[in-house]
Design a protein around this ligand. Structure first.
Ligand code: ZN
Length: 489
């Protein structure tokens, strides 16, 4: 009797193991064959000089509009005119809201929907306290150690220069795309893109034009280490970006002497609300991360593939591992971050008011209304008032397709330029200008075609921002390949 039970158990175990293994073997998609391309010859030194020149214009965005100096934007535009004479004599150039630029490169077939390549000319300020930590001054545009140094080298003047360089080079060779190609350079991406990209998208909409595809910044070709266990670079192409919601929580209290306090002052009530929000976060949504991993399928190490292919069994384990690290946790859920707090004026006075700002980054599928409802339910205290400041809330962007010719051509261009890399779709955690183009296009993709290590990633908006000259040349080659790929029917 015992023997037959053991045999039955053994057979069941064997079936289970076989089932798990077969799912593992079948997991993920086979990598698309990459058509090798004869890449354009690019003078990396010339591109580096052009980027260095662009960095020298201090096109800095400040949230306080009065602090923005627009003269550097005017000067940058003059530099671009000198550096790219063919672009400026062949393409139609329309300034939008004075400092953003829309270039139109007419295609041979004007009945086809245009494609748009986006970048932005503004940069974030440099923290004066950190200025001494820069190996080379942030606005001198120095070329040293095989790199171009300065604010904007990675975000986003590299892209701006690379795409103009690509068009200049194509024009020099007499190329004309079949499909119209638009180049958009926003001037306020770092403060929301409301005056730049949003207005450019508005103008396109006013012409009643739908775009076939858009490429903006977002992902990059990350060197090993970004995905645990994946030892080759991977070009992560953003197919959506998270939404944003900043909620202000306000509690009013009774003034009085601190010697006779109520059980909770308004500061205590507010603190309890924030603690509850941190302890009860929005539930995870794994679909997008699963799609990203499935795309990398055959490149992933066996153990990870086995777990991902059998989420019915290992889902809890995978989610648990990802939730432990803030970077991977952010891929799975709407994040909650208390970022502002104020209240009270004197140590012996009961505060009349306390307020806090909580910043949420919304997963596709979690709407602003869902998060507000979650906050009300979690805080469960009517004395905590909620309000949303102006321009502080927008939904996650719609998902762009991964089974379209535009996505395939984009992945192809990345792999032609970086043959050592894989390519996969992912969710952009930050905000980009790309979201503004969702009104005129269903296929908005987000990647800066640069090779980027984790250390370099940390320099974006930080200190010592720099880019390798070789990477810069590859970025130009990428835009040439992409324009050829997207520019045809
Ligand atoms: Zn940027």
């Amino acid at each position: 009797m015992l023997e037959s039970i053991l045999i039955i158990l053994l057979v069941m175990m064997l079936f289970l193991t076989a089932f798990i293994l077969i799912r593992t073997i079948l997991y993920g998609r086979a990598p698309e064959p990459v058509e090798p391309a004869a890449l354009a010859e690019i003078s990396a030194e010339v591109v580096a000089e052009h980027l260095a020149a662009a960095i020298r214009h201090k096109t800095i965005s400040h949230l306080d509009a009065d602090r923005i100096d627009y003269q550097p934007f005017v000067e940058l535009r003059k530099s671009l005119e000198q550096m790219y004479p063919r672009v400026h004599s062949t393409l139609r150039i329309s300034p939008v809201n004075r400092h953003s630029l829309l270039f139109t490169w007419k295609g041979k077939d004007e009945t086809l929907a245009p494609v748009l390549l986006a970048s932005h000319s503004d940069v974030v300020p440099v923290d004066p306290a950190a200025r001494d930590e820069w190996r080379y001054p942030p606005f001198e545009g120095q070329i040293a150690e095989g790199c171009v140094w300065g604010r904007g080298a990675l975000d986003n003047k590299n892209t701006l220069i690379a795409m103009l360089e690509a068009v200049e080079s194509l024009l020099k060779n007499g190329y004309q795309p079949t499909r119209t190609v638009l180049l958009a350079i926003g001037h306020d991406e770092e403060i929301g893109g409301h005056q730049g990209a949003a207005q450019i998208a508005g103008r396109i909409q006013a012409y009643n034009t739908r775009l076939a595809a858009v490429l903006d910044e977002g992902g990059a070709v990350f060197t090993g280490g970004i995905v645990p266990g994946l030892n080759l670079p991977v070009g992560l192409i953003g197919i959506s970006e998270k939404g944003v919601l900043t909620l202000h929580l306000e509690v009013e209290g009774e003034c009085g002497h601190s010697a006779f306090p109520p059980k909770h002052t308004c500061i205590g009530v507010l603190a309890r609300a924030i603690t509850r929000l941190e302890e009860h976060q929005m539930p995870p949504r794994t679909a997008m991360a699963e799609a990203m991993f499935r795309y990398m399928g055959s490149y992933l190490p066996f153990g990870l593939r086995l777990a991902l292919a059998n989420m019915w069994l290992f889902g809890g384990l995978v989610r648990g591992r990802m939730m432990r690290n803030p970077r991977t946790a952010a891929m799975l859920r709407t994040t909650t971050a208390a970022t502002l707090i104020s209240g009270g004026v004197k140590d012996n006075l009961l505060p009349a008011k306390a307020s806090a700002g909580v910043n949420f980054r919304l997963m596709p599928g979690d709407r602003i209304a869902d998060v507000v409802q979650h906050v009300r339910k979690t805080v469960a205290d009517d004395s905590v008032q909620l309000h949303i400041p102006e321009n502080a809330a927008w939904e996650a962007s719609p998902l762009s397709p991964v089974d379209s010719p535009a996505f395939r051509a984009l992945a192809q261009a990345i792999q032609q330029v970086y043959p050592e890399a894989a390519a996969a779709p992912y969710l952009v955690q930050g905000a980009t200008d790309g979201r503004h183009y969702a009104t005129v296009c269903d296929q908005v993709y987000r990647i800066s075609p640069m090779l980027l290590s984790e250390a370099e990633l940390a320099t974006i908006h930080g200190n010592n921002e720099h880019i390798g000259i070789d990477t810069l040349a590859r970025m130009v080659q990428f835009y040439i390949q992409l324009i050829k790929g997207w520019g045809v029917e």
